[in-house]
Write a protein that binds this ligand. Structure first.
Ligand code: IPM
Ligand code: MG
Length: 352
């Protein structure tokens, strides 16, 4: 297969981890006889520095015309000025919207050998295998009106939480579809005791649940869900929720795995281009040192092979290699080891 991948290494440790993920892709390409063609572009803070914009039209077009996009991370203290009119994060949101990737899949699995790195007791972590499906192009992140003004002599700020029925339905249907390949359990998370959008969310979740009677559905309020993630995470399978709740819950869920550096994500739309990125940020404190954990990005390429290219065997080969690498004790600093980013990737490649 010949496939076009646009690379957006971004800021901080982004370029370091993306470089290693590309080496893994190249290894897969030679082993399984595929051709991956890369186009590398700037996005985030580096793009603000170079072009005065966190995401240029040209870069967005290069992403839209690719088969998939691999992103490192964006942001850093250099661009953190709240008064700035562009920010690295704006580029990321514009990219998600521009690609129409409305569902963000964030799997959280705990490798037994990394349990000691999680703040939770090992017995709580036994059997944890959660897939969070976060709605990604709606809600508070994108609703209008949005902004600041002066009202009655007071400074005011407004964000709008808005959801259309079809936005909820499409992400819900995907969550149910994914649950069928897993434990057939969907937990829909909302705040239906307070928010109107959540009542619509729950209504549509219930409808989609009726259309998929082979999948067990339950509803959970987001405050309860945040507690359950810590007190009984093994009980969860697919968790589907709106954008902001998903943002918060996935950071919480990530600590179960011992290190954010381990976790991948995939953002998918109705058709077309998928966006793949590790869930960690740009980690400016360790940027340039060559010690970041590349595993989350490498596992993101596995998700790319599976979801965008339908290359299940290749995806599984990467995932198995990562598991074996961890089992064998290879570790970067975030999980108590001394391997460099490059060495960790070498260990994984050796086992593919
Ligand atoms: C994430 C990040 C982003 C988000 C930021 C960087 C805009 O926290 O991908 O979870 O809030 O979606
Ligand atoms: Mg987040």
């Amino acid at each position: 297969m010949k496939l076009k991948i646009t690379l957006l290494p971004g800021d901080g440790i982004g370029p370091e981890v993306v470089a290693e993920a590309v080496r893994v892709l190249d290894f897969i390409a030679s082993k399984y006889n595929h051709t991956f063609e890369y186009k590398e572009r700037l996005m985030g803070g580096c793009s603000i520095d170079q072009y005065g914009s966190s995401l240029t039209d040209e870069t967005l077009a290069d992403c839209q015309s690719a088969d998939a996009v691999l992103l490192g991370a964006v942001g850093g203290p250099k661009w953190d000025n709240p008064a700035a009119k562009d920010r690295p994060e704006r580029g990321l949101l514009a990219l998600r919207k521009g690609l129409g990737v409305f569902a963000n899949l964030r799997p959280v699995k705990v490798h037994p050998a990394l349990m000691e790195w999680s703040p939770l007791k090992p017995e709580k972590l036994q059997g944890v295998d959660i897939l969070v499906v976060r709605e990604l192009t709606g809600g508070l992140y994108f609703g209008f009106p949005k902004g600041r003004d002066l009202k009655d002599g007071r400074e005011r700020a407004v964000d709008t939480l808005e959801y259309y029925d079809y936005e909820i339905r499409r992400v819900m249907e995907l969550a149910f579809k994914l649950a069928k390949g897993r434990k057939k359990k969907v937990t829909s998370v909302d705040k239906a005791n307070v928010l109107e959008t959540s009542r619509l969310w729950r209504q549509i979740a219930t409808q989609v649940g009726k259309e998929n009677p082979d999948v067990e559905l339950d509803h959970m309020l987001v405050d309860t869900a945040s507690m359950r993630l810590i007190t009984g995470p093994a009980w969860m399978d697919v968790v589907v929720t709106e954008n902001m709740f998903g943002d918060i819950l996935t950071d919480e869920a990530s600590v179960l795995a011992g290190s954010m550096g381990m976790l991948p994500s995939a953002s998918l739309g109705a058709s077309g281009v998928g966006l793949y990125e590790p869930i960690h940020g740009s980690a400016p404190d360790i940027a340039g040192k060559g010690i970041a954990n590349p595993t989350g990005t490498i596992l993101s390429t596995a998700m790319m092979l599976r979801h965008s290219f339908n290359l299940e065997a290749e995806a599984a080969a990467i995932e198995k290699a990562v598991e074996q690498t961890i089992t064998d004790g290879a570790r970067t600093a975030d999980i108590g080891g001394k391997l460099s980013t490059r060495q960790m990737a070498d260990e994984i490649i050796k086992r593919i």
